[in-house]
Design a protein around this ligand. Sequence first.
Ligand SMILES: Cc1ncc(COP(=O)(O)O)c(C=O)c1O
Length: 373
Amino acid sequence: MLLENLKTPSLVLDANRMRRNAERIMARAKSLNVVLRPHVKTHKCVEIARLQTAGNAGGIMVSTLAEADHFLKNGFTDLTYGVPIETGKFVEAIRLAKACERFSILTDHAETAESLNEAARNENIKLDVFVKIDCGYHRCGVEPHAPEAVAIPRLISDSSNLNFAGILTHAGHSYHARSPEELLAIARSERDSMSELAQRLKDKNLDVPTVSIGSTPTMSQIDHTDGITEFRCGNYIFYDAFQATLGSCSFEDCALTVLTAIVHRDFSRGKIVIDAGAIALSKDRGAIEIDENSGYGRVLDVAGNDLSLRVNRLSQEHGEIEVSDEAILQRLKVGSRLRILANHSCLTAAQHAHYHVLEGDQIVDYWEIRRGW
Ligand SMILES: Cc1ncc(COP(=O)(O)O)c(C=O)c1O
């Protein structure tokens, strides 16, 4: 089917760009001598995870237990669940751990580790548990120099039914860097805080099997990964307007767009309205620290050429685009198609049920997105 014959709004995945992104980061992980564990929250799609793990059921990180179940059913048996575990999820986590070759969970909380050990003992299983470290993002995790950064690994390691899997962090604050220099500094401190902590744990006779870091912006900048064993990035498979503005990639690397139709044109107000609103694009504001006019995404023609317009306002199903140039407005007729390169591809993808896979100007496949919890 021709791209422009798809109903709108629809999620469109440029297969060539996605393959190129996957290959580039696999090669980069190899040259950095780290195991790549892609975070599949970005796409929630089995076909894409297979591509990221080079056709094998390699290790991945998942963001929901529903994803864990879905990927396990499709042959992925080495999963890390990327949100700290809490008691309400113990039963499901233990079920998954029994079915997987390796199912690792995270905690930054001593009491959770204690109750998890009891739950695992009752089920006669040993669970792999990472300690989540806060390398500066301040979302969750223990600070690397806090006493808990040693005490919780020790507690896990001494627990009868837990294995200490290692330490894990995510430098989410890299998304707020204002320059490549700032981004590189964040990437280095993510790495250094983790390799130093791993060394301190080893000095205290704790075995640290995995030292896991990763975000797409820090992966794009990091100069070496001494002391690190695993890199988890997710967004790189699609990239988006946010990453391109930040400098993690170029605009030509961005693989995910939303096909949309113009539903209204207003010459007096100098604008068009499209049928892609917040529930087709997401309301992420993008890299506003660098470009305060990010809007809610960039406007492309159907062939993917940038029209130098932004989605300026969003309501649930409507997107408004200001067009000050009357000659351009004349060309943007009601019923014609555009593509939107949204700010944050992970959030955009999570609004949709399927990818429409694009090769050239043809839609050649249709892949499922596993949403929900
Ligand atoms: C715990 C964790 N690890 C890894 C990632 C991957 O980061 P990115 O999508 O920037 O590659 C995320 C993303 O939010 C995350 O929350």
